[in-house]
Design a protein. Structure first.
Length: 306
């Protein structure tokens, strides 16, 4: 798939080395088709890593995609060079009058805080409200999914006794959904969070569908009935080494983290982890783009798209 990215984005060389087709702005100007316009609100502190992970997950489709990265104004992280943010990121003020075919809201390492205590909560609420009228379909990840379920539907999150970290087996509750086209009956996916959404709360809301769950990790996928919002509690976009990096980071901080479940061979952190969720990651993003964005979005996205 050709992903249209800004000239010079660090992810370009990584993805090209993986034989993923990325298209610079210069080359895209010579394509006489309308690309899908996708916005990515990146709330993760390690923004460059997350950019690459999500672009990789979006890569397995013949559709041309034009990506805008968005950051919050009310919170500026310290883990990404300021020159990178200036070069590659927009703010909500830059995009608020625009329409997008699809929009992704990432997770963030703030799930142990009350939503309203997050310093960019008010700004995030404005963005989530804006997606209702300016985005055809929005894909929320981990804390971004919890935040959106709370904002749009009043669904609460609950603290966990121990961090949910590892790669867990999931089963489909809506196997005929186009989001799961090509899936096996069960699949693996990573989780990394301190809080959870409970299935019984989702089932009380007629507009929502509980789509996939794990016996160990709980709720995984939720969607609304018209396909304009999806909420994914795990991190299917993670690289093979991401959970290991988080585990080693927490060890270095003296937090005594539990070993991520079903991740290291023989539960031995000295052995390299096995990547067993990449196919699922590719499919869920491809299916979202194809069935819930490309096939239903209007050609002229300046129209009211809801």
């Amino acid at each position: 798939m050709p992903i249209k990215i800004p000239d010079g984005l660090p992810a370009q060389s990584v993805l090209e080395n993986e034989h993923i087709f990325v298209m610079t702005e210069y080359r895209a100007l010579h394509q006489d088709i309308r690309p899908l316009k996708i916005g990515i609100l990146n709330l993760m502190p390690t923004k460059i890593v997350t950019e690459t992970q999500i672009l990789r997950s979006l890569s397995n489709t013949p559709l041309q995609i034009e990506v805008d990265f968005i950051q919050t104004l009310s919170h500026r992280g310290k883990n990404t060079p300021q020159e990178h943010l200036i070069a590659f990121y927009k703010t909500f003020d830059d995009i608020k009058d625009m329409n997008y075919d699809g929009f992704i809201i990432t997770g963030a390492p703030v799930e142990q805080m009350d939503f309203k205590d997050v310093d960019y909560w008010d700004e995030l609420c404005r963005i989530m409200d804006w997606t209702t009228d300016h985005v055809h379909s929005t894909f929320h990840i981990c804390w971004g999914a919890q935040a959106a379920l709370y904002y749009h539907y009043g669904v609460k999150k609950y603290p966990l006794e121990h961090k949910m970290s590892g790669v867990f087996l999931h089963r489909l509750l809506t196997p005929k959904s186009r989001l799961f086209h090509g899936f096996d009956s069960v699949f693996w996916a990573p989780h990394s969070r301190h809080t959870e959404i409970r299935a019984e709360d989702i089932l009380k809301i007629p507009e929502l569908r509980l789509m996939a769950v794990s016996d160990e990790a709980g709720v995984y996928a939720v969607g609304n009935k018209d396909g304009s919002r999806f909420f994914i509690m795990g991190h299917s976009e993670y690289d093979a080494e991401t959970l290991d990096a988080e585990y080693q980071r927490d060890l270095a901080k003296g937090l005594k983290p539990q070993i991520p479940c079903h991740y290291y061979p023989n539960d031995n952190p000295n052995e390299p982890p096995i990547l067993n969720w990449r196919a699922h990651s590719t499919l869920i993003y491809t299916n979202w783009l194809n069935y819930f964005v490309y096939q239903t979005t209007p050609f002229d996205i300046t129209e009211h798209i809801k």
